[in-house]
Design a protein around this ligand. Structure first.
Ligand SMILES: Nc1nc2c(ncn2[C@@H]2O[C@H](COP(=O)(O)OP(=O)(O)OP(=O)(O)O)[C@@H](O)[C@H]2O)c(=O)[nH]1
Ligand SMILES: [Mg+2]
Ligand SMILES: [Zn+2]
Length: 310
């Protein structure tokens, strides 16, 4: 029998079959991933084969099909062991907010760079539109221009007023989307609006958030009635990159990628070299200074991908 993992909490995994039936499964034997040490061999989004146990209620996973991609992070801040957050993702939607809480510009760029490194298309959904005044609307327009210039889809949404949700649905239809973003930006609230009836815990109705804990504690995948799946993640502060390489950073900025092949030197770092096409485009206003500064910060920070982004 075949299915897709919709929930994975250590050794207990929920597998969903095509017809919507869900089966709790355990793992048979050891599943090892090459190259990385992981705390969880099976992640949300994994396609697996399983056998039903005689009681017909539970099953055993016998194999994991090859992943098209996966996102990982370190299990703890200092640990060498990784945790796979999700696998087989079609797009990563970053939920950002300009208020309550304000998503830092640098965070958006690091997120997009990471998504590019995994070849997962990135989308930005600016949530809590209902809270924006004129000043924030101007700021939103500025950000939207910058990211659209880099060819990222930008959406304006509100889980409270419902604004922009049809557009968000259209973007998610028939795809597996990962929703990411800081704790409190409204990921779970958005999913509750998009798929009524799920009643996912959000900050308002949670009883255990006094210590500032994240409300969503592990990634979980939900089927969408209008087609597709959505993965809710706990307020993710960092994604890990294995084998992160400085020289690749420029390529992870679509608008830098557009010019970098015209640089005089093919090992140009776009920081100081003569004949740099990226710097020329920057001077001509074809590349945003904010994005170029993000590039420099990531390029010059050897440890950015290891950091806690909170
Ligand atoms: N005004 C306003 N508040 C919102 C909106 N969306 C979410 N909120 C509120 O923001 C708070 C956090 O929402 P959650 O959905 O729990 O946020 P989350 O991103 O899932 O957080 P974690 O699970 O901790 O990662 C709640 O109090 C929501 O009611 C919105 O569009 N407008
Ligand atoms: Mg949540
Ligand atoms: Zn250059």
């Amino acid at each position: 029998m075949k299915g897709i993992v919709v929930k994975s909490t250590g050794s207990w995994v929920t597998v969903r079959q095509e017809d919507g039936q869900e089966t709790g499964c355990t793992l048979k034997g050891k599943f090892r991933m090459e190259g990385i040490k992981s705390t969880n061999p099976v992640a949300v989004g994994d396609r697996v084969e399983f056998e039903l146990l005689p009681d017909e209620d539970t099953g055993v996973i016998t194999s994991i099909l090859e992943r098209s991609n996966y996102l990982i992070r370190k299990a703890t801040k200092l640990s060498k062991v990784s945790q796979i957050i999700a696998a087989n993702i079609d797009q990563a939607i970053l939920v950002a907010t300009l208020k309550k809480p304000r998503t830092p510009f640098g965070f958006i760029d690091r997120f997009l760079v990471t998504a590019e490194a995994y070849h997962i298309p990135g989308v930005i959904a600016f949530n809590k539109m209902d809270l924006y005044d004129d000043v924030l609307m101007d700021r939103l327009e500025e950000l939207t221009n910058i990211y659209q210039e880099a060819e990222y889809k930008c959406l304006n949404v509100s889980a409270v007023s419902g604004e922009g949700l049809d557009e968000l649905k259209a973007v998610m239809k028939d795809k597996t989307s990962l929703l990411a973003g800081h704790s409190g930006v409204g990921k779970s609230s958005l999913i509750n609006r998009l798929q009524p009836g799920l009643n996912i815990k959000t900050k308002e109705i949670s009883t255990y958030n006094e210590k500032g804990q994240h409300v969503t504690t592990f990634a979980q995948m939900y089927h969408l009635n209008f087609g597709g799946f959505i993965i809710d993640t706990p307020g993710i502060r960092e994604f890990g990159l294995i084998d992160f390489n400085k020289e690749e950073v420029a390529e992870r900025f679509p608008e830098l990628r557009r010019y970098m092949h015209q640089c005089r030197y093919n090992n140009c770092t776009h920081t100081h070299e003569p004949g740099c096409a990226v710097k020329k485009a920057l001077e001509e206003g074809l590349i945003s200074h904010k994005r170029y500064n993000s590039y420099l910060r990531i390029y010059n920070d050897d440890d950015w991908y290891k950091k806690d982004w909170g």
